[in-house]
Design a protein around this ligand. Structure first.
Ligand code: OSB
Ligand code: MG
Length: 365
């Protein structure tokens, strides 16, 4: 297989509901869609789902565009390969830039699956026909707004709710949600904002499934120490960008749960390897999201079909995010369950008209 043409599309879609975390706020998603084409004219799509600002990870939309244009696509164009695992080897010299890499890696996996006549989930070795979805709720203006949002999502059938927390928005909102939903699978995500154990220890009484990324990404030791003094499992997100990070975190017991994001790990090949390693270590995993459009979300659904993804993933239905998604059919959740597509490749048609209508920049190589 040889990629002979590549295209980037910078596409903006408004979110249906503003989303705020301890690190940023967003109302509009500005993602880069990647197309890889082979000599037969077959196309694989991927998505670079970097936030606009470098507050979750160091990348921005502009750095992703630059790195894809200047390094990643030139590394892949004209190279012959047999398996999608080989593609990330072509850019092995490029450090970091996980979001940019992930978009190109996913496009290669989708192209390969399409040409092999298998679904992306099958190509990855997925074993589930359906995956359980959770929702991630941002920081709301008031606790009443949050309670209304939780009620809406629970009524929609989602069995797991994650709340974004930050200093000043932690114990009280969690207490309020827990009081109304004593049995709900509930967890919190701090996006690395805390520096002290104290406010986190106060969350131990609420029976949370996990506390996600309480401390700064590189501060693995603080997570390890907190885990020794808390019942609630610690989950890592931002801390784990490579398999080496995971190895270090496991060795010091800095986590009991792993959030695997395809974007943060630099693609499906690395995400699957992280899954394999966590499974071997007895650490349950789930798939985190970055408000992907349907293309990135379809990749998240596919990876979530691997056997170690035993916790609900952030693969909510398209309608939670966008009025109209870039794929047809959109991602649909029924009673919080998403069917894993059986069709070849991505398993959804790509709506190129909708993409064209929301495109602000393109590049062909
Ligand atoms: O930490 O999981 C996170 C969105 C932007 C930045 C960081 C995170 C998130 C989410 C979104 O929680 C989850 C989703 O895509 O549904
Ligand atoms: Mg997170």
């Amino acid at each position: 297989l040889k990629v002979i043409a590549a295209r980037l599309h910078r596409v903006r879609l408004p979110l249906v509901h503003e989303f705020r975390t301890s690190s940023h706020r967003k109302t509009l998603l500005d993602h880069i869609l990647v197309e890889l084409e082979d000599a037969s004219g077959a196309v694989g799509w991927g998505e670079i789902a970097s936030p606009s600002d470098p507050y979750y990870a160091p990348e921005t939309v502009e750095t992703c565009w630059h790195v894809a244009e200047r390094y990643l696509l030139p590394a892949v164009l004209g190279q012959s390969w047999e398996r999608p695992e080989q593609v990330s080897q072509f850019w092995a010299k490029v450090r970091g830039n996980q979001f940019a890499k992930a978009g190109v890696d996913v496009a290669a996996w989708v192209l390969w699956s399409e040409l092999q006549g298998v679904s992306l989930a099958q190509a990855l070795g997925g074993t589930r026909a359906e995956v359980v979805a959770g929702v991630s709720l941002g920081i709301e203006p008031t606790i009443d707004d949050l309670l209304a949002e939780v009620r809406r999502q629970v009524a929609a059938g989602y069995p797991r709710v994650k709340l974004k927390i930050a200093p000043g928005w932690d114990v009280e909102p969690v207490r309020a949600v827990r009081a109304e939903h004593p049995e709900l699978d509930l967890h919190v995500d701090a996006n690395g904002i805390y520096t002290d154990d104290e406010p986190l220890l106060a969350l131990d009484e609420f029976g949370l499934t996990m506390i996600e990324q309480p401390f700064a990404p590189r501060n693995l030791l603080a997570h390890s120490r907190l885990q020794q003094s808390m019942q609630t499992p610690i989950c890592l997100d931002e801390s784990i960008e490579t398999l080496d990070d995971l190895e270090t975190a496991l060795s010091i017991e800095a986590l009991r749960v792993l959030n695997i994001k395809v974007s943060r790990m630099g693609g499906l090949t690395a995400a699957r390897a992280a899954h394999d390693r966590a499974k071997q270590a007895g650490i349950p995993v789930w798939c985190g999201g970055m408000h992907e459009f349907g293309i990135g979300r379809a990749a998240n659904v596919a990876i979530s079909s691997l056997p170690g993804f035993t916790l609900p993933s952030d693969v909510s239905a398209s309608e939670k995010y966008y009025a109209r998604d870039v794929i047809t059919p959109p991602v649909v959740a029924e009673h919080g369950v998403v069917q894993v597509p059986k069709a070849t490749g991505l398993g959804h048609a790509v709506d190129t008209d909708l993409i064209a209508a929301h495109t602000v920049a393109t590049l062909s190589l």
